[in-house]
Design a binder for this molecule. Structure first.
Ligand code: SF4
Ligand code: SF4
Length: 281
């Protein structure tokens, strides 16, 4: 099973839910797909024993062969090519490796080289297998790296994906084709606004979803009422407690510090399993 954990905005406690859920289960794989700012490792503290550089193909123009026909510039919808005088100027950071320029060049002047997107690291802590992606500073193409992190999912295991915040392409790459999405939010007007955006994005993917409300005793009940109207089950409410905040600020797992939470996370997992299996019938 693959469970992704998402939120319409950062700072809702998405990562701590992912890490505490993984910790509370007998065995889990946790995949941190928030490649621009991965921080699951701060809570899981795995012993790393795996490292892989991930690159992508980018174009290279052979100036000797190029006759300046501009066909490559015209086909590139990512603006990775432009023409200055009779010379082609390339912007490798913008290239999405679609291969369009390669196809249309009549003179075989477009070749390929590679550029590093980032790295994957992996390791484990007790019964938790861990992987994350680290996007290279200045790199804008997160989806291929997220796809690579997701390749470490195993169909016969419980896979927990910490998705990037927001509702853009990287979130879709992290959550599509997963069995269930946990949306994490707070009971505030901002929380509700971003939750609505996240729900609409997940509806397009057709993935069943459930809600976790963090700092649940702050704010109002509008998030709850919205979830009821949308028939999104409330899986867990986590109150704002000084002890939990203190554990979090030390980069520790509150399900470890307060073992009663392990039972609650296991209960949430059982509920998710029932929803997923019910949907498959
Ligand atoms: S491979 Fe695609 S994105 Fe990259 S420069 Fe060529 S046309 Fe543009
Ligand atoms: S399509 Fe080929 S020949 Fe034409 S400008 Fe581009 S690289 Fe040069």
């Amino acid at each position: 099973m693959i469970i992704s954990i998402a939120s319409g905005k950062g700072g809702t406690g998405k990562t701590t839910i992912a890490a505490n859920l993984a910790f509370s289960l007998p065995r889990a794989r946790i995949l941190d797909c928030d490649v621009e700012e991965p921080n699951v490792h701060l809570f899981i503290k795995p012993e790393l024993d795996y490292r892989e550089e991930v690159g992508t193909a980018v174009l290279l123009i052979d100036e000797e062969l190029c006759d300046g026909c501009r066909k490559c510039v015209d086909i590139c919808r990512f603006r990775a090519l432009t023409m200055i005088g009779s010379k082609i100027l390339t912007f490798p950071e913008m290239c999405h490796s679609c291969g369009g320029c390669l196809e249309v060049c009549p003179r075989g002047a477009v070749g390929e080289t590679s550029r590093q997107l980032g790295i994957i690291e992996g390791g484990r802590r007790d019964n938790i297998i861990f992987f994350h992606g680290l996007l290279r500073v200045g790199e804008s193409m997160a989806p291929p790296l997220i796809k690579k992190v997701r390749s470490f999912c195993r169909s016969d295991e419980i896979n927990i994906i910490d998705a990037p915040p927001g509702t853009s392409c990287p979130v879709i790459m992290a959550t599509k084709d997963t069995d269930f999405v946990i949306l994490v939010t707070e009971p505030t007007p901002f929380g509700l606004h971003d939750l609505k955006l996240a729900v609409e994005a997940m509806k397009l993917l057709g993935v069943p979803m459930g809600l976790v409300i963090n700092r649940a005793d702050m704010g109002d009940d509008k998030v709850l009422r919205y979830a009821e109207a949308e028939q999104i089950p409330l899986l867990l409410s986590i109150p704002f407690k000084r002890e939990i905040a203190a554990v979090y600020s030390r980069g520790e797992l509150f399900a470890q510090a307060f073992p009663e939470w392990q039972e609650r996370f296991r209960g949430m997992f059982a509920e998710i399993t029932a929803i997923v299996e019910g949907g498959r019938k």
